[in-house]
Design a protein around this ligand. Structure first.
Ligand code: HEM
Length: 493
């Protein structure tokens, strides 16, 4: 093995350098923001890592309706304006591919399953979204159960519990997600719950470990990483836990078992229905669903802890919505228009990162401004500056919980401006037919969590704190303070 390392590194290096030189021989004639790619590529020590926000703001100020190149941590990208979305919309997924392989170290983390077919998209956009009403009450109950369990395990001070928000949200969202993804059989199984969240952390760890090194070294380094060994163990455990469920669901139907495993089995074509692929896709779906929803809810709760008047307003709306409904249904959730507006405003100003619509072009794409993006180009759209543009959002840095609620009062706009809506000025979920297919469920789930918390507790920051913690850029992410605590005080006996 050791005597193979040098020739393998040399060959990979040679291929890598030839690719760099080949790409340089046909430079794109579009402007660049920030430094040019280094000869060997980039690592997480690079300029972009700590200057990402100022770079995308500069890019937007200069090329709001155009294109520019940006050297990010993991790749050189072309940042596209939403104006070009119509040029991409008509193209198949096989031309405009997802980038999980490269952005999340796909071959070493299993994330490349996302680029192997679109089953995850089909089941989220289809059966999951159609079953929101049916799942709302069971998931509300599961969230309440998980919260009770958590509170029973910590000490209160005069009926108040001080808990770090993000870990609590991970726990609640994982329980809610497990109820929907793997049904009542596994949703309280501690091994499954820790597998569902642990996988995301494993993916992040492998990706972070690899990003410290130039890409051409990844095939050599990946097998030696402790994090790679850990992720293999995680797959083996996931397979062992899911196998009995897969076997049971193969002879069942979505009518009896409205859950993700059943929907995947019902919709899978060809070898997408194999046990290995079902396990890998289930883990990918957990990765797509849990940390995103938990972080968005955490950020919304930090806003609420800083805004007691908004807490009161949303609680009133929830109590009113629940008053006449024996069970929580889609209609109950649809009554929460102020809550929806508040969550959307939080997501506008507290987006999870800077980029969306991250894609790899595997064929040349001709844009309406005459530019042809060559095969091999990585593209992204930066939602961060769009969400702060005064042309679209008057007084953009002001947090107005009713911003979207008020817009919906206008004639003909009742169904627009919802948290799950997408448009060129609301690109947090991605845009057009490629946008997050789990967004309707994510929206319902965040409302269910806020309902459990606000109708049963008073919430606030620990004594003396009035402001939410600031977030720092770390490449294309914005770091949230995962240690921030929230004080929950029971308002019922
Ligand atoms: C607040 C929570 C969430 C946020 C902010 C979020 C955001 C996103 C974004 C930005 C994308 C990429 C879209 C693009 O590149 O065009 C995406 C993709 C995806 N999301 Fe979400 N998401 C959330 C929750 C969920 C949930 C709860 C699920 C499933 C239950 C889900 C399932 C997916 C899937 C399967 C994809 C990949 C779609 C594909 O194959 O093209 N997401 N999400």
């Amino acid at each position: 093995m050791a005597d193979l390392i040098i020739p393998v590194v040399v060959s990979l290096g040679a291929v890598y350098l030839s690719l760099i030189l080949y790409n340089r021989s046909r430079p794109l004639s579009i402007p660049r923001i920030g430094p040019k790619p280094g000869f060997l590529g980039n690592t997480s020590q690079g300029y972009f890592q700590s200057h990402s926000v100022e770079l995308v703001e500069d890019g937007y100020a200069k090329h709001k309706d155009g294109l520019y190149s940006l050297w990010t941590t993991d790749m050189d990208r072309v940042i596209v304006s939403p104006k070009f979305m119509k040029d991409f919309m008509s193209l198949p997924r096989s031309t405009v591919r997802l980038t999980a392989s490269i952005r999340h170290a796909g071959p070493y983390t299993g994330m490349d399953i996302a680029e192997d077919g679109d089953l995850q998209f089909v089941v989220c956009a289809g059966q999951l979204t159609q079953n929101i009403g049916r799942l709302a009450q069971p998931v509300f109950d599961e969230i309440s159960f998980a919260l009770q369990q958590k509170l029973a395990s910590v000490l209160d001070v005069n009926g108040s519990f001080a808990l770090p928000i993000f870990p609590l949200m991970i726990q609640l969202v994982t329980s809610a997600t497990a109820r929907v993804f793997v049904g009542s059989e596994l949703c309280r199984n501690p091994e499954w719950l820790s597998t569902a969240t642990g996988y995301t952390m494993d993916v992040a760890k492998v990706t972070t470990d690899l990003n410290q090194h130039y890409r051409f070294l990844h095939p050599i380094i990946a097998p030696l990483l402790a994090s790679s060994k850990q992720i293999k163990g995680r797959f083996a455990l996931a397979r062992k836990l899911l196998l009995p469920l897969i076997e049971a669901r193969r002879g069942s139907s979505g009518k009896d078992h409205p859950d993700m495993m059943q929907w995947m089995i019902d919709s899978a074509k060809g070898d997408d229905g194999s046990t290995d692929k079902l396990v890998r896709r289930m883990l990918f779906l957990n990765m797509a669903a849990i940390h995103t929803t938990a972080e968005a809810t955490t950020l919304a709760l930090m806003e609420l802890c800083a805004q007691p008047a908004t807490v009161r307003m949303l609680r009133e709306e929830m109590q009113e919505a629940l008053k006449d409904d024996d069970e929580i249904s889609l209609a109950t959730l649809n009554k929460l228009k102020k809550t929806d507006s508040f969550i959307k405003e939080s997501h506008r100003l507290n987006g999870l990162g800077l980029m969306t619509f991250n894609r790899h072009l595997v064929k040349p794409v001709h844009l309406s401004n005459g530019v042809t993006l060559p095969s091999g180009t990585y593209i992204s759209m930066s939602h961060y500056p769009i969400h702060r543009d005064p042309e679209f959002y008057p007084d953009p840095l002001k947090f107005d919980p009713l911003r979207y609620y008020n817009l919906r009062q206008k004639e003909g706009a009742a169904d627009r401006y919802q948290f799950s809506s997408i448009s060129s000025t609301e690109p947090a979920w991605g845009v057009g037919k490629f946008a997050c297919p789990g967004r309707f469920w994510a929206s319902a789930q965040i409302k269910l969590i806020l309902m459990v918390l606000l109708t049963k507790f008073n919430i606030g920051f620990p004594d003396g704190q009035t402001e939410k913690p600031a977030r720092k850029p770390a490449g294309e992410k914005l770091q949230t303070d995962f240690s921030q605590k929230m004080v929950l005080t029971k308002t019922w006996n």
